[in-house]
Design a protein around this ligand. Structure first.
Ligand SMILES: *[C@@H]1O[C@H](CO)[C@@H](O)[C@H](O)[C@H]1NC(C)=O
Ligand SMILES: *[C@@H]1O[C@H](CO)[C@@H](O)[C@H](O)[C@H]1NC(C)=O
Ligand SMILES: *[C@@H]1O[C@H](CO)[C@@H](O)[C@H](O)[C@H]1NC(C)=O
Length: 242
């Protein structure tokens, strides 16, 4: 009897692990990316005029897959009720009246996130991103712990420390590096990571524990944006909204 239940347990464990492995296209981690409008717009002059003095959403990105279903078209009517919040929390900094940014994020990342039942519609995907963004409330947390735009430079460890202490997970923080000899880097993007059940997770964790960690790296550093992981030893400039 004992042996039997033990065997069943082992069989169940074996089956569940092989089940996970047999879904090669399934993501296991989500990256909620925030960007700082002044930094983003500083890279995009003169088309972008930031009039926003809080961290906004860049995207919700699964760790596997890009452009997973090109025939699943973005349709803003499906997220009609979310649009007021989308405009405030997830604005298109380049053209505030356009839905182009959301369309882009849906096609590139949303259609991949949608492989999970929990995110398998446009409404589920966008509303979950907004929900996580509001739950984290990163902008208020930084302010509360005195990480505010300033003419004085921060150490990267100060910013990381506040986030790690508050959320108990490691973020990934990205900067713009103006030039090799500038002597500072500009705070640009903060990523906070989640498991597939939407519990918090260290952003770096999977980079070292999964053999396919390089996949995370490719996605987490958005090549088009010009952000890269901040340097530990270079002073961090957190620009005041202009
Ligand atoms: C910037 O935002 C302020 C306050 O929300 C508003 O009064 C002002 O008209 C905005 N300026 C531009 C150029 O959008
Ligand atoms: C792609 O999206 C379309 C439209 O929602 C859907 O009918 C189709 O089943 C999807 N294809 C895959 C492979 O998921
Ligand atoms: C967009 O979504 C709305 C609401 O679900 C639907 O009525 C409409 O047919 C959709 N449009 C297209 C082009 O799929």
């Amino acid at each position: 009897m004992r042996l039997c239940s033990l065997l069943l347990l082992c069989l169940a464990a074996y089956l569940s692990s092989s089940y996970v492995i047999s879904l090669p296209h399934m993501w296991t981690k989500l990256i909620l990316t925030h960007h700082w409008p002044s930094t983003f717009c500083g890279m995009e002059v003169p088309v972008c005029h930031p009039n926003i003095s809080y961290w906004t959403l860049h995207g919700l990105w699964p760790d596997k897959g890009i452009d997973c279903n090109s025939s699943w078209h973005f349709n803003s009517s499906e997220i009609e009720d979310l649009l007021p919040d989308m405009k405030k929390s997830w604005p298109d900094l380049l053209s505030p009246m356009s839905t182009g940014f959301w369309k882009y994020e849906w096609h590139k990342h949303g259609t991949c996130a949608a492989k999970a039942e929990s995110l398998n519609s446009q409404h589920k995907y966008f509303s979950k991103a907004l929900e996580l963004y509001h739950k984290l409330d990163l902008d208020s947390i930084l302010t509360k712990f005195d990480i505010i735009p300033s003419e004085n430079y921060y150490k990267l460890s100060q910013i990381e420390g506040v986030i790690e202490n508050f959320y108990s997970v490691k973020p990934k923080i990205q900067c713009v590096h103006p030039s090799k000899n500038a002597g500072f880097q500009i705070l640009g993007q903060i990523e906070i990571c989640f498991n597939s059940d939407f519990t918090l997770l260290d952003c770096e964790k999977h980079l070292t524990t999964t053999p396919k960690g390089h996949v995370d790296n490719r996605i987490a550093v958005d090549k088009t944006s010009g952000f890269s992981v901040c340097d530990q030893d270079v002073p961090v400039y957190y620009p005041t909204p202009s």
